[in-house]
Design a protein around this ligand. Structure first.
Ligand code: AMP
Ligand code: MG
Length: 419
């Protein structure tokens, strides 16, 4: 049977085949964190724009301090002060210093800054109260404690590359180079629903035979966590009419993707597959993966549709493997969506030969990473996903791996506290 199922890589290739990044839009830089750049950003300025002090201290000519020694201080006349945001109106002459704050422009005639910690006030033993003079007991080089103009960044330099997801440091960079609006890809709009007669809303009392719907909420969170916009549709019953009207409601919202959970298997009450096929098509609906075999992908009224399995763990695992890369492609992100690392198994593992993704905790053990399983790999046990910080990938065809074997782990990004 496993030969007749579509491979994981092949399934992903088919999902991504005709997906293009969404169109770009211009938005204010403030609030663009998490969005994906659709342009390269170049600096229009030198940063800092002027040579400036790296310390609070005194702007000096380094040559004036050539003879300074602990027992032979050089005495300089303080002719003024330049604070951050000001420009000195005075030029420095030999034998003079100007008090300067961190970030303030270096006055003409100065080529170094003496840190305030090096300086003694006053002209000497005979003039303790003399605030017009300072004494310095060590020399420095031209350029010491000075940030040259363009030191951090030169005008015309590339600061942020296209297809990058903006982070807080990037927002700071946009502000520093005065780029107040940016071109970013539109956020994907994702309609989310779940179906099942056993489901009731969280907050409602459970009656016999019922469980709370967790998938629609986990899925909404997963979509939002990726940086996409989610529309959560009402719960659908296990009926063709209900599934159809929910899909139509999704279409009316104008989504870029419709994600559903459950109802795509072969059970008598699985209605999602036939209803999608009435007004669309399914490219595939079974993949050689555990957990998550009943995953479907196709189109409904021309809109990409992904039917995730109903088991809560299967749904989250297939979201990671199939929905995340699809969302990433729509968002304009490039490269892998997971960090994959080599880990050593603490436990021996068994598999049925499908490509398997085992919930595990990866941790650092001296010079390498190790992984322990989070317990039962039953796809209904959501707590195993709560504990996991990684999915261990067991390739198709492998049925047994001993303790100590090396496998690939996909990091889920949430560090685990307990093993
Ligand atoms: P199905 O795909 O409909 O056969 O469902 C498989 C398993 O997942 C069943 O035990 C369902 O009760 C459970 N399940 C389906 N949908 C959800 C949901 N939205 N929230 C929690 N569990 C679900
Ligand atoms: Mg069901």
């Amino acid at each position: 049977l496993s030969e007749s199922l579509l491979g994981v890589d092949e399934a992903l290739t088919r999902i991504l085949k005709n997906i293009e990044p969404l169109p770009a839009e211009q938005i204010p830089f403030d609030g663009s964190s998490g969005r994906v750049l659709a342009q390269d950003v170049f600096s229009a300025l030198d940063l800092p724009p002027h040579a400036s002090s790296a310390m609070d201290g005194y702007a000096v000519a380094a040559a004036d301090l050539a003879t300074a020694l602990p027992n032979q201080p050089v005495r300089l006349e303080v002719i003024g002060e330049v604070a951050a945001g000001q420009v000195s109106t005075q030029d420095l002459q030999p034998g003079q210093a100007i008090a300067i704050s961190t970030g303030a422009p270096l006055p003409a005639g100065a080529d170094a800054v003496v840190p305030i910690e090096w300086v003694e006030q006053g002209g000497g033993r005979e003039a303790q109260a003399d605030t017009r003079h300072i004494r310095i007991t060590r020399g420095l080089k031209s350029g010491d404690y000075v940030r040259p103009a363009g030191n951090a960044l030169k005008s015309g330099e590339l600061v942020l590359r296209k297809n990058r997801r903006l982070r807080p440091a990037d927002i700071g960079m946009l502000a520093s180079v005065n780029q107040v609006s940016v071109l970013v890809h539109r956020r994907p709009r994702v309609a989310v629903f779940s179906s099942g007669d056993e489901l009731v809303e969280p907050g409602q009392r459970l009656t016999p035979g019922k469980i709370h719907d967790s998938n629609r909420y986990a899925l909404t969170a997963a979509v939002q966590d990726m940086g996409a916009e989610a529309l959560r549709l009402p719960l659908a019953h296990d009926s063709r009419t209900d599934v159809r009207s929910t899909l139509e409601e999704a279409v009316a919202w104008g989504p870029d993707l419709i994600l559903s959970s459950a109802g795509v298997s072969v059970g008598k009450h699985d209605h999602v597959r036939p209803v999608v096929q009435e007004a669309g098509d399914l490219d595939f609906w079974r993949v050689n993966i555990r957990p998550g075999k009943p995953i479907a992908f196709g189109h409904y009224r021309g809109i990409p549709f992904m039917g995730l399995p109903g088991n809560p763990v299967s749904m989250l695992v297939t979201f990671e493997l199939f929905a995340k890369p699809l969302l990433a492609a729509l968002m304009g992100l490039q490269g892998p969506v997971h960090i994959r690392v080599a880990v050593r198994l603490r436990d021996a593992v068994q598999s049925d030969g499908r490509e398997s993704y085992l919930r595990s905790v990866v941790f650092q053990s001296s010079d390498h990473l190790e992984a322990v399983l989070t317990g039962s790999q039953d796809s209904g046990i959501l707590s195993s996903m709560v504990k996991a910080n990684a999915l261990l990938r067991i390739p198709a065809g492998v049925e047994h791996l001993p303790t100590g074997a090396q496998v690939e782990a996909l990091l889920l990004g949430t560090p685990a506290v307990e093993k």
